[in-house]
Ligand binder design. Sequence first.
Ligand code: ASP
Length: 344
Amino acid sequence: MRTTRRHAATARLLATLASLSLLTAACGNNDDGGEETGGGAAEGYPDQNITFVVPFSAGGPTDTVTRLVAEPMAQELGVEIVVQNIEGAGGTVAAGEVSQEDPDGYTVLMHHVGMSTAPALYADLGYDPLEDFEMIGLVTEVPMTIVARRDFEPETLEELVDYVTENADTVTYANAGIGAASHLCGLLFQDAIGVTLQEVPYEGTGPALTDLVGGQVDFMCDQTTNTTGQINAGEVKAYAVTTPERVESLPDLPTTAEAGLPDVEVAVWHGLYAPAGTPEEVVQVLSDALKVALADQAVIDQLAELGTAPVPEEDATPEAHRERLEEQTKSWAQVIADAGVEPQ
Ligand code: ASP
């Protein structure tokens, strides 16, 4: 997740966020000798189904991205990939569980930016994202959108800011729990306009979006991989996309900068993880399959329809992924501390 500058009291927050820029692609090239594949510990791998754990509800954006890449990866690996949703605590329940799994390459976690923010948001996380996992590779980076129930009064982002400011006690903001991308985007929004929102936590933004369409909550911020269909179908009202450029699949939607909130600029990176101790050769097999999946034209086309794209090939590697996680963990710890958010 990244952002640029901001004004007055939170200038420091924004300065730090600016350093999170993910568009300046992390080109990891740590030469720790991990390039060899085949043979050794990967001999015969995989010879049974692999489970991909999604840390949020089925039908949400993380789930969607996971299922998109799982299919061509399964084809490449010659086994089935079973997707399992383990929800709770902004994605930390699943991460904790996967960290305890056998390091044999048969349980893999798909997670997003929340992997890097959790250590600063949870006092007793129970796992260390950098120590307890092997990184397989980055997957994609997804813009977010600010969306509301269809009959919500404000028509533009500017009107939304005024409305939320005037009705801060009653307006409800849906998110997927502390550390979820929707929570982090909400923090930026609140910080930008200087209000505290009434947050309604879900176990994923799949069900949150269902409630938004049904009118049970007022607004939220969520990845285009979840909201594009509903925006284009007119089932929700959309105010802005949180990236510097407009998204091709939502050409009429202004950017937050165009709509008056340049400081709410975020995109959500995803990566695949195996439990620490998974043999390097096995990780490499998974990483190679990920690269094949990300080059698959059907995956590229479907991600484009949902407002995003695969990461460049050099980022779908353990080295680039580790570098991203290290950098993001440091940056977010600072951002969260500066924003005065206490770990819970
Ligand atoms: N988009 C969610 C988030 O806010 C997660 C999900 O449901 O995939 O992190």
